[in-house]
Design a binder for this molecule. Structure first.
Ligand code: F6P
Length: 357
């Protein structure tokens, strides 16, 4: 009998169900020798022993379903070593749930924070398989994370839709794309959607350069300009501030996010009509795109093989088109950021996209 625990943690994305389905289908040869415990709402379910015994039937027909059938929640890694409001030791509680159910391994689907806790549990002796999920595509050690391509389609579609109205009204549009610490989604959606200016956290912007780019388009008779701005885009001045100073700055300004600040500053300096569009959590919603369905099927099958071979303590990654087992200890806590000098950024600049630097 193989007993597998499964949980989805952190922000959801479109392809979590597809990935879980891949794992369970991949273990199909175990038949009724397989027991699957689904923990509800991420690590919360593991901490408090809140789980359901699932069968392969629960994973049928969910390839195209967004969200997660297990539910999810954010349980910050930095609080894992702190007792809960009733004094419960969360790490001990998770270990107890694992041993009470006599699990052979735990399949954990999630992003960077989730991965750090997965690695902590590995260090505590649990058998862990991690699957890299996030629309941000910022997990170190894998070329791609599932959710990214699905979110990219939505973010790109948003920019496409904005294009027509921006052109009709001769307006400047700021489209805010998810990504607090890294800019993979805004970079790719910006290029795919034909944005004129892309601002990402990895390249602090000079607002004068942004204004210059808008004015340059206007002087060429182009009535509209589109900016793809990451949630975490940051000006050169703010990037020079300490964390505390920057927090204080954000507390005192009137803008709800950087996009509104950029929009106001452009309007002030150019006299153009500027609008802001924030697709927000729509970017994580709906069905997984075909790319993610294929990716999750591959990652799920590869995870199943690792479980069969009892090769634990790893992330199932996609590297150079091949599924690969990457030791969790080598990647947990690292972030995959964009190199400002990478080919993609250089080529985007070559065709005239401004990054505000
Ligand atoms: O999960 C990644 C992400 O979508 C980021 O792109 C975004 O900054 C963040 O989550 C939003 O978090 P929440 O869903 O908690 O508002």
């Amino acid at each position: 009998m193989a007993r597998i625990g499964m949980l989805t943690s952190g922000g959801d994305c479109q392809a979590l169900n597809a990935a879980m389905r891949g794992v369970v289908k991949g273990l199909g040869n175990l038949g009724d020798q397989l027991e699957i415990y689904g923990f509800l709402d991420g690590y919360r379910g593991l901490i408090y022993g809140d789980c359901r015994l699932l069968t392969s039937k629960d994973f049928s027909g969910i390839l195209t379903r967004g969200g997660t059938i297990l539910g999810t929640s954010r349980q910050p890694f930095k609080l894992m070593r702190e007792p809960d409001e009733n004094g419960l030791d969360k790490v001990e509680a998770m270990k107890q749930t694992y041993s009470k159910l006599d699990l052979d391994c735990l399949v954990i689907l999630g992003g960077n924070g989730t991965q750090k806790t997965a690695n902590l549990l590995r260090e505590e002796g649990l058998h862990i398989i991690h699957l890299p999920k996030t629309i941000d595509n910022d997990i170190y050690g894998t070329d791609i994370t599932f959710g990214f391509q699905s979110a990219l389609e939505i973010a790109t579609n948003t920019i496409d839709c904005i294009h027509t109205t921006a052109a009709s009204h001769n307006r400047v549009f700021v489209v805010e794309i998810m990504g607090h610490k890294v800019g993979w989604l805004p970079l790719h959606a910006g290029i795919a959607g034909g944005a004129d200016i892309i601002l990402i956290p990895e390249i602090p912007y000079d607002i004068a350069k942004v204004v210059e780019a808008v004015n340059h388009r206007t002087s060429q008779g182009k009535g509209f300009t589109i900016l793809a701005v990451a949630e975490g885009a940051i000006s050169i001045e703010n990037a020079a501030k300490s964390k505390k100073e920057f927090k204080e700055y954000k507390r005192t300004v009137q803008w709800p996010s950087v996009s509104y600040e950029v929009a106001d500053r452009i309007a002030e300096a150019t006299g153009c009509e500027v609008r802001v569009t924030v697709p927000g959590h729509m970017q994580r919603g709906g069905s997984p795109c075909p790319y993610d369905r294929v990716l999750c099927t591959q990652l799920g099958a590869a995870a199943a093989l690792a479980i069969e071979e009892q090769d634990y303590g790893c992330m199932i990654a996609m590297v150079n088109g091949q599924t690969t087992r990457v030791p969790l200890g080598e990647v947990a806590g690292k972030l995959k950021t964009i190199d400002p000098n990478c080919q993609l950024v250089q080529e985007a600049k070559q065709i005239g996209i401004c990054f505000g630097d």
